[in-house]
Design a protein around this ligand. Sequence first.
Ligand code: TYD
Length: 213
Amino acid sequence: MYISNKSMFITFEGIDGCGKSSQTKRLLKRLNDEGIKTILVREPGGTPISEEVREILLDNRSKGMSDRTEALLMTASRAQLTYETILPNLELGHWIIADRYADSTLAYQGGGREINLEWLIQLNHFATFEIQPNLTFIVDVMPEEAFRRKTGENDRIESEGIAFQNEVRKKYGDLIKLFPDRIVLVDGHKSEEEIHNTIWEELVRRDYFNEKK
Ligand code: TYD
């Protein structure tokens, strides 16, 4: 499939409560203010079908879900989002920011649930129509800090607790080594403003704006 070379696909990753969602919104606003048409999506979810899948995945009544079912539903949600929103917008030359994407499956289902990484990589290939983000930011915080920041009820995955989040964080660490050109680690303990500036500087450093200005 043809993808305009002006479009950019940027994903945000990290453990639960790392602060990436505020960063995605900030970046969305700044890019749109700069005149770069940008769309924000989140996973699991982002389309009507994917949001229904999300309900099942995060519902505390889904306690009996097998790890493999979880991996398949996460990637099913991704396939629909990619097909319905991400690919068409990239083709139009728009930018996409995703609050979680394929790396979440590698970190959560691979690290947290200990599913074989090769299987998950293949599942992701299938679900993403073999596209890759241009750039991925992992907002890194200690699980203890993430839990301290948390408000409201835990969903099914958050209920797994700190040891689970530690495994997820470790796997994110492995992914940085596997994809050093694509993945950038940012320190989530810094202020929202500082993190945003680091992210913006990275986009400038990579010359992402050259064609637009
Ligand atoms: P969400 O409330 O969106 O969490 P957050 O605000 O931290 O992104 O819930 C998404 C949950 O689903 C989160 O615990 C991470 C998990 N998840 C996976 O386990 N695998 C995946 O592939 C994705 C996309 C998310």
